[in-house]
Design a protein around this ligand. Structure first.
Ligand SMILES: *Cc1c(COP(=O)(O)O)cnc(C)c1O
Length: 230
């Protein structure tokens, strides 16, 4: 069942790439495994997936301990500064950096551990009250500040588009993020590349790929609905 879900997602990714004239290897699928038990992650791992996304530090560190050590872990949830120290050096990429304050702490902990942390800047492209992330017009100035911090590399942008029934409704948001990334990369800022666009979830990842996503974060489409009450 999980294997079939994964195959469906992978073939939809391939089709979306084809439609957009892109190579499937340009798009990385992150299996978003928050709330799901380790056995389910192991099943997906056994199918060849190596990128997993989690949104809570405690759950993430527990799963890092329990699962194979060639997994690339992605922190995709809101991160409090006091928890940064638990994940620096153990994750591939932090997708959810939305303030200079948070970036400073990631930098500080990275210096302490003598590692370079790769981060994405989270953009609240639809300016939804309920969501974290910078407003589009703040992004460039914040990136300029963060780029001066030691032991950090900004690899691109991340966004969580609104929840919609029709994924077409998010196409313009994805387009805007792509354009923003192009504008930023033209500035040639030290320590900043815009190689990664982390956008698209179960409801809208195909449209996101058509608009330039290089990472899609799919939870429900692979693991099924989440039950937060358990
Ligand atoms: C939960 C989550 C996802 C996955 O959502 P699905 O709709 O289940 O695919 C992706 N990105 C972030 C930041 C999330 O918190």
């Amino acid at each position: 069942m999980l294997e079939q879900n994964l195959q469906d997602v992978q073939s939809k990714i391939e089709s979306a790439c084809k439609r957009a004239g892109r190579e499937p290897k340009e798009v990385t699928l992150i299996a978003v495994s928050k709330t799901k038990p380790e056995e389910m992650l192991q099943t997906i791992y056994d199918c060849g997936v190596r990128d997993f996304g989690e949104n809570k530090v405690q759950e993430l560190t527990r799963k890092i301990e329990a699962l194979p050590n060639d997994i690339k872990w992605h922190m995709i949830g809101h991160l409090q500064t006091n928890k940064v120290k638990y994940i620096v050096g153990s994750v591939e990429l932090i997708h959810s950096v939305d303030s200079i304050h948070l970036a400073k702490e990631i930098s500080k902990q990275s210096v302490k551990k003598d590692v370079v942390s790769h981060i994405l800047i989270e953009v609240n492209v639809a300016e939804e009250e309920s969501k974290f992330g910078l407003k589009t017009d703040e992004v460039l100035s914040v990136i300029k500040e963060i780029s001066k911090l030691p032991n950090l590399k900004i690899d691109g942008l991340m966004t969580i588009a609104p929840y919609v029934i029709n994924p077409e409704d998010n196409r313009n948001f994805f387009r805007r993020i792509k354009q923003l990334a192009v504008d930023i990369s033209e500035q040639n800022i030290d320590n900043v590349s815009m190689n990664i666009l982390s956008m698209g979830m179960t409801g809208d990842y195909e449209v996101a790929i058509e608009e330039g996503a290089t990472i899609v974060r799919v939870g429900t489409g692979i693991f099924g609905e989440r039950n937060y009450k358990k």
